[in-house]
Ligand binder design. Structure first.
Ligand code: ADP
Length: 285
């Protein structure tokens, strides 16, 4: 396995709390880095007949173990492109993308698929549960796909569903439960194999406000009690206020980072103010 480079100059856009890998190892004041992007670009349509679009244009940031991070940015800023790279569904045109010490750009397609299955969990806006399987069977899928069997699967599935408050619905089908419960089952499926990182794409987009709040509290619970490192793309400042840090992106680069160091209400207000700056509008405060 390839390791992170030990010497590294932090990019200008790194958060104030960022440290090099060597720093974090030596001083142990920061948890280890789970994800590192350095000058990542993704250029679409760079053939003769089409105009090239730099969807990502030199993106750099680090994610530390046990962080709960939101990614925000206007439409077209590169959020989907970024998620596709992190998910291993697409490759960067240039730059470095290290996930859990593995250089994603250097992995063969087969290794990338296996790495993705073992190390990442995904939650989407549309739940993406299979209607022909019970919730428990849906949650078991990542373990079955990884070749695990019988009792080990059952124990892990029931512990996870219990933790997420849906143990009573294990034998129900997705169409027999509420949207909020479906999304909780989708979260259970995403974390049942204890991935290194949970990636969520607008996870509250199809939920009513009470279910959205319950889901965000679950993300916090996973984060604090199971140390799940989470990266959530959202356009919703209220959802983002549940995380510990927001990375704002614009034109394919990091615009700024906002670390929560006050109440959720104050963080929410700071997020609104930063969004206003990002969009070049007046301060909303
Ligand atoms: P977001 O998710 O923030 O809306 P995207 O990552 O979808 O942003 O898009 C970033 C930029 O890349 C946009 O200008 C978009 O038009 C362009 N883009 C995205 N996908 C493609 C593609 N497959 N081919 C060409 N351009 C693309």
């Amino acid at each position: 396995m390839q390791q992170h480079p030990q010497q590294h100059t932090p990019a200008p856009n790194s958060p104030p709390m960022a440290a090099t890998v060597a720093d974090s190892d030596a001083a142990t004041q920061h948890p280890p880095i789970v994800l590192r992007l350095r000058d990542v670009t993704r250029v679409y349509g760079n053939t003769r007949n089409t105009v090239a679009t730099k969807a990502l244009n030199g993106m750099s940031f680090d994610v530390y173990q046990r962080e709960f991070i939101s990614i925000m940015g206007p439409s077209g800023s590169g959020k989907t492109t970024l998620l596709n790279l992190l998910a291993g569904l697409d490759r960067a045109t240039s730059g470095e993308l290290w996930l859990q010490g593995e250089n994603m750009n250097a992995l063969s397609a087969g290794k990338l698929a296996r790495f993705r299955r073992r190390n990442l969990g995904f939650v989407f806006q549309d739940f993406n549960l299979l209607d022909t399987l019970t919730l428990a069977e849906n949650v078991a899928l990542p373990l079955s796909l990884d070749g695990q069997h019988g009792d080990a699967i059952q124990q892990r599935v029931s512990a996870t569903m219990q933790f997420l408050g849906i143990a009573d619905s294990m034998q129900r089908y997705p169409y027999e439960v509420s949207g909020g419960e479906q999304q909780r089952a989708a979260v259970a499926r995403a974390v049942v194999h204890q991935p290194r990182m949970l990636l969520a794409d607008e996870p509250t987009g199809n939920l009513d406000s009470a279910s959205a709040r319950a889901l965000l509290e679950l993300f916090q619970k996973l984060n604090t009690q199971q140390q799940t490192t989470t990266l959530m793309v959202t356009h919703d400042p209220f959802s983002a206020s549940y995380s510990q840090r927001v990375i704002f992106i614009k034109d394919g680069r990091v615009f700024t980072h906002l670390q929560r160091n006050s109440s959720q209400q104050q963080f929410f207000q700071s997020i609104l103010n930063t969004l206003a700056q990002l969009e070049g509008t007046h301060d909303l405060a």
